[in-house]
Design a protein. Structure first.
Length: 317
């Protein structure tokens, strides 16, 4: 029997571009400011996390080239075993934008890990500016709609993010749609930039007694998402901001999210960029040591010829 106190665990999920990493960074800052040491598990679909500079000095384990809810679930189990002997006060897990958080919860409820970790809550984020579009039969696939439902229905806390980008009328429509999916006791917090009061985020909302089946018989219908993939393009030469934005918008039907690190033309500085919901945001950073500039495209059934055309237009300036 384990005599040490269990490590509290928070799982953060949400579709591509919903703002998971922003919320994660808020939580990390809070724990560090209160003298607690967080352990962090980050999952990316691609073979490199282009946002790892945001976690400099943190104890981070990166699980790449797959999704911790299915293709690299064994990696998650191995990582959790490693954290059993690590001195951390809290564990934060961020799945990919296409992860089914119910599968992550099932791993944490394995008797092997229940002895060492205590799930506090499942935090799901929804992009208010894009949610209704993703629900449309004309603008998304059946798989994406099913995945969104799984991410929402798994939540103990739901963060409705990016409300600054929509009208009150549209916001009410989004909330009405979400209310149809959620249990009555699950709170919805409206916010912009992922700024939810931490005392609300950190409330313990999950209890093991809620599980009515043993782990061996408890099943979830998992809608696989192999059609959603990540493509990384190394971009060694500087690029023009307007060209990058134009070419991303050309791919908007297929690219749900894009991010990366680039060097702008006529400027010696480096920038991290995020692209979601048709909007490009850049943030100046120091030149990344050991990390080559690259663009990561995440989308539904990316066509190779379109990706190659994007790369050609971006680099031939």
């Amino acid at each position: 029997m384990n005599s040490n106190p269990k490590v509290p665990v928070y799982v953060i999920s949400g579709f591509l571009g919903s703002g998971k990493t922003t919320v994660l960074l808020h939580m990390i800052s809070h724990f560090r400011n209160t003298g607690k040491k967080p352990g962090i598990i980050l999952n990316e679909l691609g073979d490199e996390n282009v946002e790892n500079h945001l976690f400099e000095g943190q104890q981070v384990v990166e699980l790449l080239n797959g999704c911790i809810c299915c293709t690299i679930q064994d990696d998650l189990k191995t990582t959790l075993k490693g954290y059993i002997n690590e001195e951390v006060d809290v564990l934060l897990i961020e799945g990919t934008g296409v992860a089914n958080p119910l599968e992550i919860k099932d791993v944490l409820l394995d008797p092997l890990y229940l002895e060492h970790f205590e799930l506090q809550s499942m935090i799901s984020l929804v992009d208010a500016s894009h949610y209704l579009e993703y629900q449309s039969f004309f603008n998304s696939s059946k798989e994406i709609r099913a995945l969104l439902k799984e991410q929402v229905t798994s939540a103990n806390i739901l963060v409705l993010n990016k409300i600054d980008l929509v009208s009150e009328k549209e916001l009410n429509k989004v909330e009405a749609k979400l209310a149809d999916e959620l249990d009555d006791h699950v709170p919805i917090y409206r916010t912009s930039f992922g700024e939810v009061p931490l005392e609300l985020m950190l409330e313990k909302r999950f209890h093991v007694r809620e599980v009515s089946h043993s782990h061996s018989t408890h099943e979830h219908h998992h809608h696989h998402h192999h059609h959603i993939e990540a493509t990384k393009l190394r971009v060694e030469s500087p690029v023009k901001k307007d060209v990058l934005e134009k070419q991303l918008k050309k791919l908007s039907k297929h690219v749900i999210r894009a991010k990366g690190i680039i060097q702008l033309a006529d400027d010696s500085r480096y920038f991290e960029f995020q692209y979601a919901a048709g909007q490009l945001r850049l943030n100046m950073i120091e030149k990344p040591d050991g990390l080559s500039p690259a663009v990561v495209l995440i989308g539904d059934k990316l066509e190779q010829d379109k990706v190659e055309r994007f790369y050609k237009e971006l680099t031939e300036q």
